[in-house]
Design a binder for this molecule. Structure first.
Ligand SMILES: NC(=O)c1ccc[n+]([C@@H]2O[C@H](COP(=O)([O-])OP(=O)(O)OC[C@H]3O[C@@H](n4cnc5c(N)ncnc54)[C@H](OP(=O)(O)O)[C@@H]3O)[C@@H](O)[C@H]2O)c1
Length: 161
């Protein structure tokens, strides 16, 4: 099972200046709960944005063209296809960023999206548009409000039809 997991604004915004657009405690909690114990696949830029490097208690696969890439707690893959081959038979979460989501969307079975009810005027990275006829919304939480920012969000799960 390959699952894309992302926090996405109304306008598709996901990133700004190498960082997340939305820092929502509830989203972080859910990300940790869903991905812990499994394999996370990410682009090199997303890896570099992680404040403490490799995510603990998860197999971390970083996609980069740099054959010399090494970093504690990670394995390198030269492409998305290679990353998915390395993790075949495992529960895989593709955790970003924009370039990698775009390449992974056709290979994914499921999307766990945190849909954020906000725009970002200065975002520079966006979630790819996807063909709604290929996906079925299987669950959607009630809207929640982030205590710190006051931003409203909900968890929406899609499965490939
Ligand atoms: N909202 C969210 O849920 C979320 C989640 C994750 C990330 N983000 C945000 O997204 C932004 C980063 O996304 P991004 O699109 O700029 O970068 P990215 O997808 O994280 O990483 C891009 C890098 O991945 C490698 N790569 C991409 N395609 C490849 C291929 N086919 N073969 C080999 N290597 C490949 C390249 O690394 P090399 O240059 O090393 O070759 C490339 O520069 C950040 O702002 C981050 O905070 C948001």
């Amino acid at each position: 099972m390959v699952t894309i997991i992302a926090a996405v604004g109304r306008d598709g915004a996901i990133g700004r200046g190498g960082d997340l657009v939305f820092h929502l405690r509830g989203d972080m909690r859910r990300f940790k709960a869903l991905t812990t114990g499994h394999t996370v696949v990410m682009g090199r830029k997303t890896f570099e944005s992680l404040p403490k490097g490799a995510l603990p208690e998860r197999r971390n696969i970083v996609i980069t063209r740099n054959e010399g890439f090494t970093s504690a707690g990670t394995e390198r893959a030269g492409s998305l296809e290679e990353a998915l081959r390395m993790a075949s038979g495992e529960e895989v979460f593709v955790i970003g960023g924009g370039e990698i989501y775009r390449q992974a969307i056709d290979a994914a079975d499921r999307m766990e999206l945190t849909v954020v009810d906000a725009d970002s005027s200065d975002a520079d990275t966006f979630f790819p548009e996807f063909d709604a006829t290929e996906w079925k919304k299987t669950s959607a939480s009630e809207p929640m409000t982030d205590e710190k920012s006051g931003v409203s969000y909900s968890f929406v799960c899609y499965c490939r039809i």
